[in-house]
Every structure is written in structure tokens, then in C-alpha cells.
Design a protein around this ligand. Structure first.
Ligand SMILES: Nc1ncnc2c1ncn2[C@@H]1O[C@H](COP(=O)(O)OP(=O)(O)OP(=O)(O)O)[C@@H](O)[C@H]1O
Length: 241
């Protein structure tokens, strides 16, 4: 299987005036094309930091990171933004939709930053197709505040898909939703995986973690175990459980 993500001995230290936090230590991790990996662990263990590094939202402090085969350490801000736009779709707990824009324009937003530019006709088709995937094509002219939380998260998923990313990074996508809407969003994410999308998802919910093809556990900034559903194999990478 071709690797989309390859992290070697990745570390992340946050330094504030009086404090250093080792958020991640010595992370060795690969994600193959088409895999669905869930990332779990206690609060503060480094899950969101790992996702931010994967998504080039911030650089690692040490180690080597290959994204889609390209070494991506030491990128400039603009280079990171361009690669992000090409390869990564994000879904966060907060939907981060722009209230002043229609559902259609929210989904189209990432395409505005594409180089080379995507013409109006192709934009129209891509947005429409993504809204159909999430079952909201009939709501394209609505504003986000006219939708339920679950529907807003589905718009955020359509926005993440519109750039046809190599990998979808999901951080507690169901955290702000009631259980019924949460289950619907997770079904959608699972369907996207069945259709071939690569997914890395942070979740606290063991039921949702179990939907992944591989489960990764973090503890205190270190990779603890990875469990593959296909093989049922538990591989203790570091330390005690
Ligand atoms: N920008 C930052 N500056 C300083 N410390 C940070 C920063 N971001 C995260 N940290 C610290 O890094 C550690 C890991 O944080 P992170 O948000 O990755 O944990 P998490 O596992 O996602 O937690 P939670 O489940 O509570 O969301 C924590 O100790 C946190 O305080």
C-alpha cells in the first residue's frame, strides 16, 4: 500500500515564556492510501497536535515528515498553504462556516485559493457534487445559521471534500452534535472511507474509533499502541498500556 503520510521520529515542543511542553515525542507513524485511522488517548496527550502537524498547520520541532511522498519539513508559510490546499481536507469540532455566505459559497471557498484557478463551471459542478454526497444539495442557497448543527457539520464535510483532498483530517467531528446527528456524520465519514478516501480521525468515542480500519493510541505525547481491525493484531509501540 502506498503511504500518504510517513512520520519519522517526529517531536513537537511548545515553548512559552516560562514553560516547555513536549506535546509529541518520537512519533513513527505511516498512513496508507485509503486507510481509515482513528487516534485516541486522554485529554492533553497530543492528538490535536498530531493532526495539526499532519495537516501542515504547524511544523514539527524535530523529525522527518513525508506527505504524499514529498518531504515537507521546513516549508515556508505559502508553500505549506499551497500543499494543504492540494492534499488536505479538515473537519473540526466547530464547523467554522462563514455565516455571511450561503452554503454553496461556503463549500466553494477553498477553491478560491486554488492555483491554477478553477473556472466557474467546474466550481459549480464540484460544489454541487459534494453537496449531493452529504445530502444537502437542496440547501445550497441557505445560510449556515438556518441549518441544524448536524447539517452544518455536513456542509463543513462538503467544504473539506471540494478540493478532492488526498487525506481527510477529522478532529472530534461529532463533539458538538447530539448522538443522532453524530451517528449520521460518522456514517458519512465511514461511507467516504468505503469510497476510497483516506481518513485520520481524532475521537474520544470508542464506538467511533472502532469504525476505523486501524486504531492508534497516544499517551503523554507518545504512540502507545496501534490495533488493526483486519488482523486484530495489537502492536505495542511504546510503553505500558
Ligand atoms: N499552542 C500551544 N502552546 C503551548 N502548549 C500547547 C499548544 N497547543 C497544545 N499545547 C499543549 O500540548 C499538549 C497536547 O495538546 P493537544 O491539544 O494536542 O492534546 P489533545 O490530546 O488533543 O487534548 P484534548 O483531548 O483535550 O483536546 C497539551 O499539554 C497542551 O497544553
Amino acid at each position: 500500500m502506498q503511504n500518504i503520510i510517513e512520520m519519522q521520529e517526529i517531536g513537537k515542543v511548545f515553548t512559552t515564556a516560562d514553560f516547555q511542553t513536549h506535546a509529541l515525542r518520537n512519533i513513527n507513524m505511516t498512513v496508507g492510501k485509503g486507510e481509515f485511522v482513528s487516534i485516541s488517548g486522554p485529554s492533553g496527550c497530543g492528538k490535536s497536535t498530531l493532526l495539526s502537524l499532519m495537516g501542515l498547520l504547524e511544523p514539527a520541532s524535530s523529525g522527518r515528515y513525508l506527505l504524499a511522498g514529498q518531504q515537507v519539513d521546513n516549508l515556508t508559510f505559502d508553500q505549506a498553504a499551497r500543499l494543504r490546499n492540494l492534499h488536505i481536507g479538515f473537519i473540526f469540532q466547530s464547523f467554522n462556516l462563514v455565516d455571511g455566505l450561503s452554503v454553496f459559497d461556503n463549500v466553494a471557498l477553498p477553491l478560491r485559493y486554488r492555483v491554477p484557478k478553477i473556472n466557474k463551471h467546474d466550481t459549480q459542478q464540484r460544489v454541487q457534487s459534494c453537496l449531493e454526497k452529504v445530502g444537502l444539495s437542496h440547501r445550497s442557497t441557505h445560510r449556515p445559521n438556518q441549518l441544524s448543527g448536524g447539517q452544518q457539520q455536513r456542509v463543513a464535510i462538503a467544504r473539506a471534500l471540494v478540493t478532492q483532498p488526498s487525506i481527510l483530517l477529522v478532529d472530534e467531528a461529532t463533539g458538538n452534535l447530539d448522538s443522532k446527528s453524530g451517528d449520521a456524520v460518522m456514517k458519512l465519514i465511514s461511507d467516504l472511507h468505503q469510497q476510497g478516501t483516506t481518513i485520520c480521525m481524532v475521537t474520544h468515542d470508542p464506538r467511533y474509533a472502532d469504525m476505523a480500519s486501524r486504531r492508534v493510541q497516544l499517551f503523554d505525547g507518545e504512540l502507545l499502541t496501534t490495533v488493526s481491525r483486519a488482523s486484530g493484531m495489537v502492536n505495542t509501540v511504546f510503553g505500558p498500556l
